[in-house]
Design a protein around this ligand. Structure first.
Ligand SMILES: Cc1cc2nc3c(=O)[nH]c(=O)nc-3n(C[C@H](O)[C@H](O)[C@H](O)COP(=O)(O)O)c2cc1C
Length: 320
């Protein structure tokens, strides 16, 4: 096992990263995730205005200890994020253990995180971007496969992990429709080190999401997810009922425009992406109730252990 992967896993009870969720992730959710033994994370932009980010980081560094899993902050490296350098300064000041970068790979950001011993994981939708991210100094990769919530890719998780593992032995967190402990084990079997789970954590009591949104996650299944670039200019997965509620036809959505992309401020329709148009991946069929995040992690752990035991049992049937 790569030493960075081993260092992270040694502080975790289950190889899961609770992924950053725009608007939704907050310190309550992150603390619950880390205490339950998985990495919790939030996008720095969820703390607004800027001074709130320092309050959140102060709280996390006080309330989380060495017995908890490390926490992560997501920096959105895109030209529409004018706070990037200020957020980075705070991340360095509080020595945030793991940084998740998305939408852009930048050497100066990676160097700043390495200056205090932090780990950078970069999310990518194909092998070309993966190579670029590692060239620019990221420590690990998050292949965002088809079916992931938010800005998802279109490639199969099998194909992505297989191609990345041909040349990269560092930490890999697989993202896309993972919502059960068995799927986390499957990600590891494929060659990834962690399952990267977003949508399932929306249906937790700690998540900062409208109750109707949480219920839609509980009730939704894979066929309720619509892939469109209309809302932010970048293709992503959204819950069909929220598109209908915004007065749009989910089966006939116009094309979006990348040039007008402004992360988090509404994209190209009147309905604000993320607030009115609810992001979700295809894995939500596994989510049956809104529960505290600690309970969700306990379910994932039970399923993970059961899947491992079942596979060990099944393997005995194969001819030696
Ligand atoms: C509502 C929502 C908001 C998201 N916001 C962000 C974000 O701010 N930054 C980011 O890097 N990824 C974001 N993502 C993507 C997730 O971090 C992750 O890649 C994805 O949720 C994993 O797939 P899953 O939802 O099927 O588990 C978001 C996903 C959702 C569903």
């Amino acid at each position: 096992m790569h030493p960075i992967t081993a260092k992270l896993k040694s502080r975790m009870k289950l190889p899961v990263i609770g992924s950053p969720l725009f608007i939704i992730s907050n310190p309550d959710l992150v603390i619950a995730q880390c205490r339950a033994g998985v990495i919790g994370s939030f996008p720095s932009l969820n703390a607004r205005p800027l001074p709130q980010l320092e309050e959140w980081l102060q709280r996390l560094s006080t309330e989380l200890g060495p017995e908890d899993a490390p926490y992560a902050v997501n920096l959105i490296v895109h030209k529409s994020t004018d706070r990037l350098m200020q957020d980075l300064e705070l991340v360095v000041k509080y020595k945030v253990p793991v940084i998740i970068t998305s939408l852009g790979a930048r050497e100066d950001v990676n160097e700043a995180v390495h200056s205090y011993g932090g780990v950078v994981l970069h999310d990518v939708i194909n092998d070309r971007f993966a190579r670029k991210a590692i060239e620019k100094g990221a420590d690990g990769l998050i292949p965002v496969a088809a079916g992931a919530g938010g800005h998802a890719g279109v490639l199969s998780p099998f194909a992505m992990v297989q191609e990345i593992r041909e040349w990269f032995d560092g930490p890999v967190a697989l993202s896309g429709s993972i919502a059960t402990g068995a799927a986390v084990l499957a990600a590891e079997a494929m060659g990834a080190d962690f399952g990267y789970i977003g949508s399932a954590f929306i249906a937790t009591t700690e998540a900062r999401a409208d109750e109707r949104y949480k219920q839609a996650i509980v009730e939704g299944r894979a066929s309720d997810i619509v892939y469109s670039d209309l809302f932010t200019g970048v293709s992503g997965n959204y819950l069909r009922p929220s598109i209908v509620a915004a007065g749009l036809d989910p089966d006939n959505l116009p094309k979006g425009d990348y040039s007008t992309m402004n992360f988090g401020s509404g994209g190209n329709t009147d309905a604000k992406a993320w607030r009115d148009i609810w992001g979700s991946g295809q894995g939500i069929g596994a989510v049956k109730a809104v529960v505290p995040a600690g309970e969700m992690v306990a379910r994932l752990k039970r399923e993970y252990d059961a899947a491992r035991a079942r596979l060990q049992e099944d393997a005995k049937v194969l001819a030696a």
